[in-house]
Design a protein around this ligand. Structure first.
Ligand SMILES: [Zn+2]
Length: 317
């Protein structure tokens, strides 16, 4: 009898072990499939030479990095500088490579400013629409300058109605960062100094963007219980030209899947409409703020030079 009991116990132990082994493999498989996902969007579109880099050359560096990774971006452009020869060249180059061309106003106003009314918004939207709608890869996505969607409920609702009437969708950002600030400090050094440690700038840039990506990924995971398809906000600038290739590689080596931006926008998260009092900043910031559950994690503004300055000063960047 005792022997039978011992045998049964042994059997239970073996079976239990086998089962837990199986569950573990299954979980591993799910985790691998559900890796975080990121896509790339670029704002503004400038057409001047930067330090020693000719406009056509630094612009090509961005396009080459996307090409090598077989990635398509969404390019949110301002209209004011896109009708002259250089502006037209820029849009043609991006359109030719099948990156989507979207709307980022005509003159880049801040819609939290009371002078920039709903009427101003409509004018800004339509003026740029006319410029970009002739391109093959034109899409009706709109991105707010500075991610500011207006301060009062009335104005935000008014702007949302105009977007809807014109069949435009909000070109939301889920991962916000301060690439523009790193860019401005790099350019300043290139102008002021004979020797600049570009690699040190690259290291800071990669660390900063990946850190912000992880922050918004963990916030969105807590909010939704899944890995959403992220949209990273970068700018058409020198840091994108010099560091985008390494950034894409870094995302991959950290386990992120990189996808086309227009595919990311198919994620249902982009159908969210935060209440007006929480509109603006990144979409994840708005939704987290609206939930009221993350007060200890949310700062305002969500991203800004003030958070990076001290560390960059310390590093001599
Ligand atoms: Zn902008």
């Amino acid at each position: 009898m005792e022997k039978i009991i011992r045998l049964a116990l042994l059997l239970i132990l073996i079976l239990g072990f086998a089962c837990s082994e199986q569950t573990e493999t299954k979980t591993d498989a799910i985790e691998k499939k559900e890796q975080p996902t990121v896509s790339f969007t670029f704002d503004d579109g400038i057409t001047n030479d930067i330090a020693n880099y000719k406009f056509e050359d630094w612009n090509s560096l961005i396009l080459n990095s996307l090409n090598e990774a077989e990635l398509k971006a969404v390019f949110f452009v301002t209209g004011f500088n896109k009708t002259d020869e250089k502006g037209t060249f820029l849009l043609r180059e991006w359109d030719k490579e099948n990156h989507k061309i979207a709307n980022h106003t005509f003159s880049h106003p801040n819609f939290n400013d009371k002078n920039n009314t709903v009427e101003v918004f409509e004018e800004e939207l339509l003026k740029t629409d006319v410029i970009i709608n002739q391109y093959e890869n034109y899409v009706k996505y709109f991105r707010f300058p500075f991610l500011k969607e207006g301060k009062t409920t009335e104005k935000i609702d008014g702007i949302r109605s105009i977007l809807k009437e014109n069949n435009y969708r909000n070109g939301y950002v889920t991962i916000d960062a301060s690439d523009w600030y790193v860019n401005s400090r790099l350019i300043k050094q290139l102008k002021d100094r004979e020797k600049v440690d570009t690699l040190a700038f690259q290291a800071f840039y990669l660390k900063h963007i990946i850190e912000r990506a992880k922050f918004y990924e963990s916030l969105s995971y807590e909010l939704t219980g899944r890995h959403i398809k992220h949209t990273l906000l970068l700018h058409h600038n020198l840091t994108s030209a010099l560091f985008l290739k390494s950034l894409i590689e870094r995302f991959k080596s950290e386990g992120w899947e990189v996808i086309d931006a227009i595919e990311a926008y198919q994620d249902p998260i982009y159908g969210s409409v935060p209440k007006p009092e929480f509109a603006g900043e990144s979409l994840i910031w708005s939704l987290a703020k609206e939930s009221g559950k993350f007060e200890d994690k949310l700062r305002y503004p969500a991203e800004d030079s003030r958070y990076e300055k001290e560390e960059m000063d310390r590093l001599g960047l």
